[in-house]
Design a protein around this ligand. Structure first.
Ligand SMILES: Cc1cc2nc3c(=O)[nH]c(=O)nc-3n(C[C@H](O)[C@H](O)[C@H](O)COP(=O)(O)OP(=O)(O)OC[C@H]3O[C@@H](n4cnc5c(N)ncnc54)[C@H](O)[C@@H]3O)c2cc1C
Length: 381
């Protein structure tokens, strides 16, 4: 069959590869001048540092099949994300752990003592937390909430934490040991030469053609059997019902001779610092050495029509509009909406790959059995 895949990010590449291996003819287009979508990495021409162009990407998963899959296309180096936070005039370890708690309160507590101490801090007058702020106050109390959650959340989401659902904080966001590994997953790493060569290798199949600087137009679908759409769900319909809300990011690049901050990611918890974090890219490749350094100051704001959509907002208003777009998509035969934009969800890379592999399986078995391919293999709800 002839397949058109819109987007040469992980979703398009992984689905295209699996369909090409099954003998289908895959044309992958992308509006950008490079492959890789938001996972795109490239060397900085000035410093030679490997840049995570659309923000820092750390690979982490518990999905062994996905881990084997990515390792089949590139070499991964061990990497664990250890984030720090500058807040209220001091530097702390994140996620909030025993070191953070002891340092913040000037104590030397052991795990059980810290657990009791935090339980005392917690605001138990809040019986049924109605929003993010109440949930955080109930879990960790005002002091830790204000130092590590309030300002950062306000900057990240551009609204008061009282306007965000309590469900964002599902569990107690604190560790009572000294584990500062940001992710819990069994497999974690960084591709030795960045993500772009990995995605290039996935795309490297005789059944796949890639066209860059090519924006989708409806006539492209005329002579193909099926379309996989990894662009914005509302964008497919020309935003005719309105735009699904996103946050976008601005990266302010600056260079430094030597080591600017000594770690890859430094968060800034205080509200009066306008950026949320600084990333120093060379620390994502600790096996390399570079004299120069490139950093990004990261600012979060509402996404306008000409900005890159990064984080779906998914509050009540957006969810109502999402339902309308889901209905339109389900009434559109021959198109399957995939990936982070196509399903309007935040997806880590491992989840993106897992869903892309599953989507390709659903397509292939649908072709064999003659059943219709759904608009969504993974529900956007
Ligand atoms: C700031 C940030 C940090 C992240 N950090 C991590 C991390 O540390 N670890 C992790 O696992 N995941 C991380 N992620 C998630 C990761 O970026 C996604 O999982 C991944 O990019 C999803 O791939 P995708 O192919 O679905 O979407 P994308 O990468 O967005 O690809 C979609 C592609 O479609 C193209 N396109 C859109 N519309 C059109 C059109 N009309 N015509 C032609 N082409 C079009 C776009 O140009 C784009 O290249 C992060 C995401 C963000 C935003």
């Amino acid at each position: 069959m002839k397949i058109l895949l819109v987007g040469a990010g992980l979703s398009g590449a992984v689905i295209g590869r699996k369909l090409a291996e099954a003998g289908h003819e895959c044309r992958i287009i992308d509006a950008r001048d490079h492959i890789g979508g938001n996972c795109y990495t490239r060397r900085d021409p000035e410093t030679d540092v490997m840049m995570h162009v659309y923000g820092p990407h750390i690979f982490h998963t518990d999905d062994e099949e996905v881990w084997t899959y990515v390792n089949g296309f590139t070499e991964f180096m061990p990497f664990q994300n250890r984030v720090k936070s500058t807040t209220q005039g001091a530097v702390y370890s994140l996620p909030v752990n025993l070191l953070t708690i002891n340092q913040f309160f000037g104590k030397t507590m052991r795990p059980d003592e810290a657990r009791d101490f935090i339980a005392e801090q917690a605001d138990l007058t809040i019986e049924d937390p109605q929003n993010f702020e109440e949930q955080a106050m109930r879990f960790v109390g005002r002091d830790l909430y204000e130092a590590f959650f309030k300002g950062y959340t306000e900057k990240q989401w551009g609204c008061s934490p009282t306007a965000l659902p309590a469900s964002i904080l599902k569990r107690l966001p604190v560790r009572f040991n000294y584990d500062d590994n940001y992710f819990f997953h069994r497999f974690q790493g960084m591709p030795k030469d960045g993500y772009t060569p990995m995605i290039q290798a996935i795309l490297d199949h005789p059944g796949i053609t890639v066209e860059l600087n090519t924006t989708y137009s409806p006539d492209m679908a005329a002579d193909v059997d099926h379309v996989f759409w990894s662009g914005p769900l509302d964008g497919y319909f020309g935003y005719e019902l309105g735009r699904l809300g996103y946050r976008t990011l601005d990266f302010e690049r600056f260079t430094h001779q030597g080591d600017y901050q000594g770690c890859a990611v430094m968060n800034y918890g205080d509200r009066d610092v306008p950026y949320t974090r600084i990333t120093e890219h060379k620390h994502f490749s600790p096996w390399e050495s570079h004299e120069g350094s490139v950093c990004y100051r990261e600012y979060s704001r509402e996404c306008g029509p000409d900005d890159i959509p990064y984080y779906p907002i998914r509050l009540v208003e957006e969810k109502a509009l999402l339902e309308d777009y889901i209905a339109k998509a389900e009434a559109t035969p021959g198109v399957t909406f995939v990936g982070r934009l196509g399903t309007y969800r935040y997806l880590d890379m491992d989840v993106t790959i897992r869903e892309a592999l599953d989507t390709a399986d659903v397509f292939l078995s649908g072709v064999t059995s003659g059943t219709a391919i759904p608009a969504f293999v993974k529900s956007p709800r």
